[in-house]
Design a protein around this ligand. Structure first.
Ligand code: SF4
Length: 76
């Protein structure tokens, strides 16, 4: 059973990650310690973007809002 989102935790994650949290081009990766970080798919083909952007990302010309139903970044 999924737990409901904790609004405080979400805003904390939004503050830490910025735009990548809601971007269709982001892929969320979790290391063995349980720390989440974000890979930018655009970075693989476009030199204007870094594979692993410095967080938080506050402005980005490549941002594409992920559909709300598609789950966590990179899950689709
Ligand atoms: S395009 Fe920008 S906002 Fe989207 S994942 Fe890459 S760096 Fe983050």
């Amino acid at each position: 059973m999924m737990r409901p989102l904790d609004p405080d935790a979400l805003s904390s994650e939004e503050a830490r990650v910025g735009l990548c949290l809601h971007c269709h081009e982001a892929r969320q990766l979790v290391n063995p310690r349980g720390n989440a970080f974000y890979q930018c798919r655009r970075g693989q083909n476009d030199p204007r973007f870094r594979d692993y952007p410095g967080l938080p990302v506050r402005e980005c010309s490549g941002f594409v809002r992920r559909e709300p139903t598609s789950g966590r970044p990179g899950a689709n």
